[in-house]
Design a protein around this ligand. Sequence first.
Ligand code: MN
Ligand code: MN
Length: 342
Amino acid sequence: MSTAEQPEQSQQHAESPAPRPRAEPLGPVDSSRVPRYAGPATFARLPRLDETGGRADVAVVGVPFDTGVSYRPGARFGGNAIREASRLLRPYNPAQDASPFALAQVADAGDIAANPFDIGEAVETVQEAADGILATGARMMTLGGDHTIALPLLRSVARKHGPVALLHFDAHLDTWDTYFGAAYTHGTPFRRAFEEGLLDTSAVSHVGTRGPLYGKKDLDDDAKMGFGIVTSADVMRRGVDEVADQLRQRIGDRPLYISVDIDVLDPAHAPGTGTPEAGGLTSRELLEIIRGLASCRLVSADLVEVAPAYDHAEITSVAASHTAYELTTLMARQVAGEREDA
Ligand code: MN
Ligand code: MN
């Protein structure tokens, strides 16, 4: 490997002569020296965790697991498809006026190796790995994988922060009880999380839901768990600013976990997913709502259900990479804000 392929100090910091109270972040590979399409893919061309000496404020982690799906399989390939599409991300985010990879050390922590033949064991493996990452003080930006993995991730986050506020972007409720008798599936993580007391039920919301259900009881059960619902049609009628305002008010200063199922987007914006539903959000709406949450205490996030075999021209993985970028920027800004407060 040539030295040009090594991750570089972010420019802004490399030029500063001032004494440094902390190690400066290692930034992405410099795309003016090494073309974007060269070299192995990490998220946003960021350094691997071993290249930062294990140091990360935000760890981007893949979970190639899709044994919990009820319809089309293939999300096990989602994380690496997002990494490939994320080569085009650049270091300055004008929409949030922030350089996330200079504000915080963001690193690619690789993949959690989960057993594809034993969902219960996989759930435990993901939780153990997440416990280990959160124990280092890092926030997690997890790339699925199917939505089953939100349960072990929430277990880890709640172990650290107590019950968390939850924003769940999805076409589906994912609060069903069981499928074929199975408790751990991609349609059930938030019911399990509710039952286990992982959620602050005064601040849990679905955003972008739509499409047919099994019955009205699905909604009744969901409401009993405390969930608020902003449907896909609500987003269209009210607009992104009003929706973000409403969500921010509900969340307040609680620790917040965001879980994004890429099928929250319309199939026109995300064809590469396992359970598509017509009438979804545009990628522009999703990105804008997330940007509107900048004041929230985002402690970790996941982005799941990208199934690249059904994708075309990387439509889905590009949308997913930009969504993960906005979430990562929110977390990097939180890290920087907490550093200033300390
Ligand atoms: Mn879904
Ligand atoms: Mn889901």
